[in-house]
Design a protein around this ligand. Structure first.
Ligand code: HPA
Length: 268
């Protein structure tokens, strides 16, 4: 079965799926992948992974910091296992006071402020011919006019509205290198240049997914106000607000997944 849907989420999200078939790690030209669980839901196969899990392990624990995530193994492995569409779960800080803590955002644009990551599969090195990658020695300049899947974004918004959830559409995500949090001066600058939410995990996932022609949409959970907007920002708070809203997220995903057709009508 190919054309699967993949979820990149925290370990709690995995519990919405019941029929786990197996957990695998894929050998990729970029190293061994993070664990990927395969589930069967209403005749569909769903892949689940956690970007923060240890590559080569079968554990979905959060152990790898954002700037050390191997996104090439993650995205390549999902594509190799037949994923055509990816729903990513991201925690974010809000740059605007009118965004509510615990609410969700759907992303339309991003700004990349990261510094040390691997941004492409096509970095000029020939890795042999691979059915997923083709020739990696070619130079690829992919179009990023519409980084997120418009079709899946619509479905996420529609489903959140059915559930009467607070959800922001068309948010712009600014991705920082981390693992430190931002200074208030940085946050003021990011707001000025058009960002709505800030996080550390979107880049380069979204770029690599597009390089392979996969659909990618994010459900971002607003866990805090960004630096300078509240007294302090702590990752304990981020984790706490995320956990408090995980049930809501699970309800959203449970309704959303059956609506996502394996045949795309988008331009991704
Ligand atoms: N900054 C960066 N990453 C984050 C934040 C933040 O305020 N909240 C959740 N992830």
């Amino acid at each position: 079965m190919d054309k699967k849907i993949a979820i990149i989420g925290g370990s709690g999200v995995r519990k919405i799926f019941e029929k786990e078939i197996s957990i695998t790690n894929v050998s990729t030209p970029f190293g061994i992948s993070q664990p990927i669980a395969i589930f069967r839901e209403n005749e569909k196969e769903i892949l689940f992974t956690n970007r923060h899990s240890l590559p080569g392990s079968k554990s979905f624990e959060h152990v790898i910091p954002p700037h050390k995530i191997n996104s090439r193994t993650l995205i390549f492995a999902l594509a190799k296992m037949g994923a055509r569409r990816i729903i990513a779960i991201n925690s974010v800080g809000a740059l605007k006071k009118d965004l509510k803590l615990g609410s969700f955002a759907v992303l339309e644009q991003f700004i990349d402020m990261t510094k040390t990551r691997h941004y492409t599969f096509y970095d000029g090195t020939f890795l042999g011919h691979d059915e997923i990658l083709g020739d990696t020695s070619i130079v690829k300049h992919i179009d990023m006019t519409e980084p997120f899947c418009a079709e899946m974004n619509e479905l996420i918004l529609e489903t959140a509205k059915e559930l009467k959830y607070d959800i922001v559409s068309k948010a712009c995500y600014i991705c920082t290198e981390g693992p430190r949090l931002e200074t208030p001066a940085e946050i003021n600058f990011y707001r000025m240049i058009g960002a709505d939410v800030v996080g550390m995990t979107l880049i380069p996932e979204v770029i690599l997914a597009r390089e392979l022609g996969l659909c990618y949409s994010s459900i971002s959970i607003i866990t805090n106000y960004a630096a300078g907007m509240q007294e302090r920002v702590s990752f304990e708070e981020v984790k706490e607000v995320y956990s408090r809203n995980e049930e809501k997220l699970k309800r959203l995903l449970t309704l959303l997944i059956p609506k996502i057709s394996e045949d795309k009508k988008c331009r991704c």
